[in-house]
Design a protein around this ligand. Structure first.
Ligand code: TXA
Ligand code: MG
Length: 310
């Protein structure tokens, strides 16, 4: 058994040589590289088959390491104190003399930043003298990865190393908030937006529209298992995989449960592995029962809705 420190050391060696590696976070796994080096960042885009105009999130160990790159404001400090490290990404203005590669932001002057909570990933970030650009570790438009074996399934031997940190605890991407202007939610995610609202003490705009120019990654087709998916189904068709929010007394065929008793946090955590399992079993289509649209249920419905645009 390799110790965490020896795994982190190996990860650092690859990153220092400007390779791209898989990293664990509490939301989903990331495909990470040095955010200051053009050639390293380019590799991320190539591997993910990601359009150049879709910017990346940069991950920092702490506030000190961020201060050279971004301008911070009072809304950011309020949210940072309450929710970071954790599943929230902030859009801030880049400083003129920031060292962030222009390729990360597609030459724009706003940067998405996040402070991850995952213990091993945090330890790794602390040992680096640069932040890590890392999108979710999946091929563009496909299902995100929540464990090391999912990352391997996506990229095979094309990446040199995956830092294995077990299964992601939250299992769904971070909530993104734009703080360069009036606070606006750009992506629903692992942090319930009502908590953000409460902390800022104001009604926050939500703009997760796929036509939204500022977050081009919010395209309607996303998180796709590659087979048709239908939401709000009461009775599935024969041979269809059926995803349910809670266990039923009567065992139905082809059933996959996101949680035992309609727990939406548990359901979010299981969503991507459930979709991946169904795809790998060779089903031709998926039906999903109605998921309550509250708390993380909103994020689950957002992902299912995009996955259904196949
Ligand atoms: O939980 C997460 O956020 C994961 C883990 C690995 O940290 N990362 C993640 O990255 O989900 P990605 O690249 O799959 O999704 C990032 C989203 C994209 O929709 C992108 O368009 C948007 O963030 N984004 C990135 N930089 C932005 C910016 N400067 N302004 C607006 N949107 C931005
Ligand atoms: Mg993604």
């Amino acid at each position: 058994m390799k110790t965490n420190q020896s795994k982190i050391k190996k990860a650092k060696e690859y990153l220092d040589k400007n390779y791209c590696i898989g990293v664990p976070t509490e939301t989903v796994y990331g495909l990470a590289a040095n955010a200051y080096i053009n050639s390293a960042v380019k590799k991320i885009f190539r591997l993910k088959k990601r359009p150049k105009n879709n910017p990346l999130i940069v991950h920092y160990a702490d506030l000190d390491s961020l201060k050279n790159d971004c301008l911070i404001n009072s809304n950011f400090i309020k949210l940072y104190k309450k929710f970071s490290p954790g599943p929230i990404t902030y859009i801030l203005r880049l400083k003129k003399n920031s060292k962030i590669s222009k390729i990360v932001t597609n030459k724009k002057n706003n940067l998405a930043i996040r402070f991850p909570k995952h213990k091993i990933f945090k330890k790794l970030l602390k040992q680096l003298d640069y932040p890590l650009a890392a999108p979710s570790a999946n091929i563009a438009t496909k299902i995100s990865a929540v464990q090391a074996s999912d990352v391997k399934e996506e990229f095979g031997n094309k990446i040199k190393y995956i830092l294995d940190g077990g299964k992601s605890n939250i299992g769904i991407e971070s909530t993104i908030i734009n703080l360069t202007n009036k606070p606006t939610i750009l992506r629903l995610g692992g942090l319930d937006i009502s908590k953000i609202q409460k902390t800022l003490g104001l009604k926050i705009r939500i703009n997760t529209n796929p036509k939204n120019k500022i977050a081009p990654g919010q395209s309607l087709l996303h998180y796709s298992p590659g087979i048709p998916l239908k939401m709000n189904v009461i009775k599935p068709k024969k041979n269809q995989a059926f995803i349910l929010i809670k266990k039923r007394k009567k065992k139905l065929d082809n059933c996959y449960y996101l949680s035992t008793k309609s727990n939406l946090n548990e359901a979010a955590k299981n969503l991507y592995s459930c979709l991946r399992k169904i795809k790998n079993k060779g089903y031709k289509s998926i039906a999903v029962e109605k998921i309550p649209n509250t708390g993380l249920g909103k994020t689950i419905n957002d992902r299912l809705n995009r996955a259904s645009k196949f």
